[in-house]
Write a protein of this length. Structure first.
Length: 224
């Protein structure tokens, strides 16, 4: 797929909707975000975990594994006061209707979510101060070919047990190679094999209190 035209119905990711508004992937049997507060989880894990928005300067480059509903991108756009870039990798893009159903749970993001859905069909567009690029396809092929360098990463595949390809040591090594000096990552998981892979990829890895029922999460900075 070179551009993100709305997927045909048979190509949409199959979803169940839990607790009213949380999409759950049928393929991976896992929710796209926390069942106990998606936006609060994003702020705790991905924004605070990367010391954002404090580190944002014009041209700052955020990268993400797993665009999903775009919730992380919208939460970032909500706090970005300067022009920044974000590149997100996604193999199974949702349809506009699926996005709209997911976004309905976050009324405070409604204006930004509307901007995102209006542009859905392009792979490069603007949401607030965020210049967003979507890289479509399996990240295991796409990330090694990527020419960019990220200042911070949102590592947001489905859980390592259900989506192991998003946490494979080779992929974590590619994340490390595509991280700028002083760059960081944050992720909701504290799985030992993921933490080891990120350490081998060149990061100093730290455990932090997790969100909701998760006791721990992980953050890291690329070693100098
Ligand atoms: C937990 S969800 C991401 C949630 C998202 N960050 C949000 O804000 O809604 C994980 C995402 O990873 C994507 N994914 C799973 N395996 C992938 C792969 N091999 N390559 C690229 N994307 C993949 C899924 O389609 C899903 O959208």
């Amino acid at each position: 797929m070179s551009d993100l035209s709305d997927p045909r119905p048979e190509d949409e990711p199959a979803l169940d909707w839990r607790d009213g508004g949380v999409p759950v992937s049928t393929r991976f049997n896992d929710p796209y975000f926390s069942l106990v507060g998606g936006l609060a989880e994003t702020r705790h894990v991905f924004l605070d975990g990367n010391d954002l928005p404090a580190r944002l300067v014009p041209g700052f480059h955020l990268a993400e594994l797993g665009f999903g509903t775009g919730l992380n991108a919208l939460a970032l756009a909500q706090v970005a006061q300067v022009p920044i870039r974000m590149t997100s990798f996604e193999a199974y893009p949702m349809s506009t209707a699926q996005l709209a159903q997911a976004h309905a749970a976050f009324p405070e993001l409604a204006d930004l979510a509307f901007q995102l859905r209006k542009e859905w069909g392009r792979t490069q567009f603007q949401v607030g101060q965020v210049s967003l690029t979507l890289v479509l396809g399996d990240v295991r092929q796409k990330l090694p070919q990527w020419a960019g360098m990220a200042d911070a990463w949102f590592l947001d595949g489905f859980s390592p047990a259900k989506n192991p390809q998003m946490w494979h040591p080779d992929l974590m090594a590619a994340v490390g190679r595509h991280t700028a000096v002083g760059g960081s990552f944050a992720t909701y998981t504290a799985a030992g094999h993921v933490r080891r892979a990120l350490s081998e990829a060149g990061f100093d890895v730290f455990r932090r209190p997790g969100f909701g029922r998760k006791r721990h999460m992980s953050v890291g900075r690329l070693r100098g």
